[in-house]
Design a protein around this ligand. Structure first.
Ligand SMILES: C[S@@+](CC[C@H](N)C(=O)[O-])C[C@H]1O[C@@H](n2cnc3c(N)ncnc32)[C@H](O)[C@@H]1O
Length: 261
């Protein structure tokens, strides 16, 4: 209800950690620059920077767990057809509105042909998939020889659980209950699994810039829930925080690797 009153049906459902139905409940948040998924926008920009322009016509980028297609604006002009695979239909509808070809399906059993993809992206996906190894196998299967895998995910460490769940989910940057820390992905195991599927993955630690994130949080708390503006600006007009490299992969890390021929 929008008149300030509330009813039982307005209250968020209490769902188990990592339950995909949370994305339906949060469907209005995807494209709010300082909404519950704000940090996914920052990460999408950084992920897209790992993707070079396409080297051939009809190049295909398969975005596993694409959500509402937040990667799409950052790929503009790079020459890919952007296909997004996701379990959540409400997110795919929004992705389609941003130029993504939607495929409703599971990242562990993707209904696309072997070797069809020039690029596979898996942004903030693997830490949500109970069998992340099966998703990695699918990424390897989908990539053509010489194709590129780009991903980011949360490491399976005590520090990651502290920062991403205990602290992060109490801040406006991360929805509470969206993670099940038991699913977090050890970076060495991920490298080994990628190698088993023909992808030589290199990983590097990343984090949101500290000063920019603090300024963003202050603006966010001051702005409350006022209507938003887009274009990479937070509601009060500030620049969105950038994702920076950091020396440790212990919390959040990016991976980039090429499929062997
Ligand atoms: C944290 S969001 C990331 C979305 C998007 N990659 C981004 O960075 O904006 C995780 C997404 O993965 C999807 N997802 C979770 N498990 C999945 C699975 N097994 N197969 C496909 N999509 C899945 C969810 O529906 C959600 O849209």
């Amino acid at each position: 209800m929008r008149d300030g009153s509330s009813s039982v049906s307005d209250r968020p459902r209490v769902l188990p950690p990592n339950d995909p139905r949370q994305y339906d409940d949060l469907a209005d948040e995807w494209w709010r620059p300082d909404g519950a998924f704000a940090m996914l926008h920052w990460l999408a920009r950084a992920r897209a920077a790992l993707v070079p322009p396409a080297t051939r016509p009809d190049a295909l980028l398969v975005d596993l767990g694409c959500g509402a297609g937040l990667l799409a604006p950052h790929l503009a002009g790079k020459g890919y057809r952007h296909v997004g695979v996701d379990l959540t239909r409400s997110a795919l509808t929004q992705a389609a509105a941003h130029g993504v070809t939607p495929v409703n399906g599971d990242a562990t059993a993707v209904p696309l042909a072997d070797g069809c993809a020039d690029v596979v992206a898996a942004g903030e996906l693997l830490e949500h998939v109970p069998d992340w190894r099966a998703a990695v196998a699918e990424a390897g299967r989908l990539l053509r020889p010489g194709g590129l895998l780009v991903l980011d995910t949360l490491n399976d460490t005590a520090l990651s659980r502290l920062v991403a769940v205990e602290i992060g989910e109490r801040l406006p940057t991360v929805p509470r209950g969206i993670h099940d820390p038991r699913l977090f992905v050890d970076d060495r195991e991920l490298i080994a699994e990628c190698a088993r599927h023909g992808v030589e993955l290199r990983v590097r630690g990343v984090r949101p810039e500290l000063g920019g994130t603090l300024r963003w949080l202050v603006r966010r708390l001051r702005a409350g829930r006022r209507p938003q503006v887009g274009g990479g600006l937070s509601p009060s007009g500030g620049r969105e925080p950038r994702i920076r490299l950091t020396w440790s992969t212990a919390v959040l890390y990016q991976g980039r690797g090429v499929r062997r021929g």
